[in-house]
Design a binder for this molecule. Structure first.
Ligand code: PMT
Length: 397
């Protein structure tokens, strides 16, 4: 029984007809379903169809009858336990990513802090267009769940990625929001993410290519599993997930201080941050002027935070990452032992679709005792779930 209020936003794509079945299935599961349509969506399916299926009035216009005025976008944003946008057009994605609120649906989405599930469906070229991909990245980074379109024959006659997944899949994504098992409830998890920033002078720094995504996804997965989460992050352009304590740091020594501050009170630490091994010995107080043909920077070793945790650990589960470019498993095994970890996640950061900056990763988990789990390419969000499941198993003995 899905005893929840679900708002379905339908935008103007031919796949809108499939959403009638989504509404019907969710209703049969016990949900109270309201549908909001853009004007373009009503060109594909009549609001009356959704009204009959859901038993609720369908909202389309921002400004209705002044005599019955109530702030519809706020009312419906508050009504929803979850918002599902299906199909989501490229136009909707662009507006939602940039906070444009020029109709009832985009205004409602902007006024909502509830979980947002988006199922894009469109022509393959529109989907692959960097503008659409960038908009999806923005929405993902703000916590929206994006259901990848399926590949197949499209309404425009071409074959490729862009089909709305089957109604049963969309309903499963909605149900998942409510059925997620809070298996880390009562546990406190510290996650590190992003790259550290080592000052050369007030203007320049030594950094690395970490976007923070891997760590942010791990933190999000831990929050979803009910854990109390502290996310200590170096440089990242991503918006921190909701529902956790976020600590922003720059240099490795700052990250060390932040991590040590929480270490005694947490049950597990997952270090996915890309921590600089060296820092500039004497960063210049003023901007270094261009004069000599060469410039030499003297670097000193940074503290190895994870190694230090490995010596301090009492009952905490410790998980590290190994970012390698060669001999991945051998180097990772060495780090697993030297840093006294429970397991290590090894990734070859030179492989396509793995490592820095991308939304996917290809990883192996190496356990003490030698067991190795090799994972195919998957989203960082999926890999994060796998890591969190394994941490939970260790914590529950
Ligand atoms: O942020 P993304 O763009 O999503 O990219 C993800 C990632 C590539 C950064 C991530 O998957 C990853 O591999 N993180 C580890 C990066 C790293 O610093 O690896 P390392 O092999 O150099 O370090 C081994 C472990 O020791 C890591 O857990 C690291 O956090 C830790 N470490 C390293 C150096 C140091 N001085 N102190 C540390 O604690």
């Amino acid at each position: 029984m899905l005893d929840k209020n679900i708002l379905i936003g339908v935008t103007g794509g031919i796949a809108a007809y499939k959403v009638v079945e989504v509404a019907s299935r969710l209703k049969k599961l016990g949900a109270n379903v309201r549908v909001m349509m853009t004007r373009n969506a009503t060109e594909f399916v009549s609001p009356r169809t959704f009204q009959e299926i859901t038993g609720n009035a369908v909202s389309v216009e921002m400004f209705g009858d002044a005599a019955n005025f109530h702030v519809a976008h706020i009312a419906l944003a508050d009504f929803a336990d979850v918002i599902l946008i299906a199909p989501a057009t490229a136009n909707f994605l662009a507006k939602a990513a940039h906070g444009i609120a020029d109709d009832l649906l985009t205004t409602t989405v902007l006024a909502s802090d509830k979980p947002l599930i988006i199922a894009p469906a469109m022509n393959t070229k529109m989907f692959d267009n960097p503008a659409t991909q960038d908009n999806l990245k923005i929405l993902r980074s703000r916590g929206a769940t994006i259901i990848e379109p399926a590949a197949g024959e499209l309404a425009c006659g071409t074959v490729g990625k862009g089909r709305l997944p089957e109604p049963v899949e969309l309903c499963a994504a909605v149900e998942k929001i409510f059925t997620q098992d809070k298996f880390l409830s009562g546990k406190k998890i510290l996650v590190t993410a992003g790259g550290t920033v080592e000052a050369i002078d007030p203007v320049r720094y030594i950094g690395n290519r970490s976007s923070g995504r891997m760590g942010f996804e791990i933190a999000k997965s831990a929050v979803n599993a009910g854990a109390e989460v502290v996310l200590v992050s170096g440089k990242s352009e991503l918006t921190p997930p909701n529902g956790l304590h976020f600590v922003k740091v720059e240099a490795a020594v700052e990250m060390r201080d932040a991590v040590l501050k929480y270490f005694d009170s947490v049950d597990a630490v997952i270090m996915s941050a890309a921590v600089a091994d060296y820092r500039v010995k004497n960063p210049a107080a003023q901007k270094i002027k261009k004069s000599a043909e060469t410039l030499t920077l003297e670097l000193v070793k940074n503290p190895d935070i994870l190694r230090e945790l490995g010596t301090l650990k009492t009952s905490q589960v410790l998980v590290g990452f190994a970012a390698e470019t060669q001999n991945v498993l051998d180097y990772a095994r060495k780090k697993l032992v030297e840093k006294n970890l429970n397991f290590i996640v090894a990734n070859d950061v030179t492989a396509a679709g793995a490592g820095f900056g991308v939304v996917t990763n290809i990883a192996s988990i190496i356990w003490r005792g030698g067991k190795v789990e090799n994972f195919a390419k998957m989203s960082k969000s999926e890999l994060a779930d796998k890591i969190i499941e394994r941490v939970a198993k260790l914590l529950h003995g």
